[in-house]
Design a protein around this ligand. Structure first.
Ligand code: 5GP
Length: 219
């Protein structure tokens, strides 16, 4: 069986990435996309709509730092004054089993994953990595979404907007871009990127082999 592939997704906060990922994991696309979502660890508290273990593993700062010391993160970063990190356990066992993995990480984390991966000899992932950047259609749109979703206070919103001006320029790092004008269209585009990679002939080798074997056996 061939190794799964890694999809690294980033977007400025408020771009609608969470809705997009949820519809990929739970909606009609879930069966086709069939991807493992890497649940990050964070020191930020859960929001009202979030579920521990589904959206994040919520930990305190001391536990997060212990995991850093124990080398249990593939990458971690400080984002908007909280720590966020992807544990090795959320990614490597799935890739080894042939599952594709989707990571939702900020641009600093993406940069780390992409640069580790670029050094092929020591690549801890040992697989293809595809990076996808989600953009809001306009700055105004981002501003509106951040205030209308009622998740952050005014100070957090202005911090997130200030950071977005830097984040948006990091689009240069990514292989793919989705402009999130409409959630349904955007999640279909994301699914099509994942399916395109999964259905290349090289990746389909073991299934192709079994069909060919079946034809041979039927003579
Ligand atoms: P939020 O607090 O809005 O859920 O996430 C804030 C930012 O942290 C988002 O840009 C999100 O992509 C990023 N993030 C979530 N998990 C991780 C992670 O494991 N590593 C890194 N580097 N960023 C993360």
């Amino acid at each position: 069986m061939s190794r799964g592939e890694l999809f690294v997704l980033s977007a400025p906060s408020g771009t609608g990435k969470t809705t997009l990922i949820r519809s990929l994991l739970q909606g009609e696309l879930a069966e086709f996309a069939n991807v493992h979502f890497s649940v990050s660890h964070t020191t930020r508290g859960p929001r009202q709509t979030e579920v521990a273990g589904r959206d994040y593993h919520y930990v305190d700062v001391a536990s997060f730092q212990e995991m850093i010391v124990e080398d249990r993160f593939l990458e971690w970063a400080e984002v908007h004054n909280n720590y966020y990190g992807t544990s090795v356990d959320e990614v490597l066992p799935y890739l080894e089993r042939g599952n594709d993995v989707l990571m939702d990480i900020d641009v600093q984390g993406a940069e780390r994953i992409l640069s580790k991966h670029a050094v092929a000899d020591t690549d801890p992932l040992k697989t293809a990595v595809h990076s996808i950047f989600i953009m809001p259609p306009t700055y105004r749109d981002l501003e509106l979404r951040l205030s209308q979703r009622n998740l952050d206070d005014a100070e957090q919103i202005s911090r997130r907007l200030a950071v977005s001006r830097w984040e948006i320029k990091q689009v240069e790092l990514y292989d793919y871009v989705i402009v999130n004008r409409e959630a349904d269209a955007a999640s279909h585009i994301l699914a099509s990127i994942i399916l395109d990679k999964r259905h290349r002939r090289t990746r389909m080798a073991s299934e192709v082999e079994s069909v060919l074997e079946d034809f041979k056996a039927s003579r």
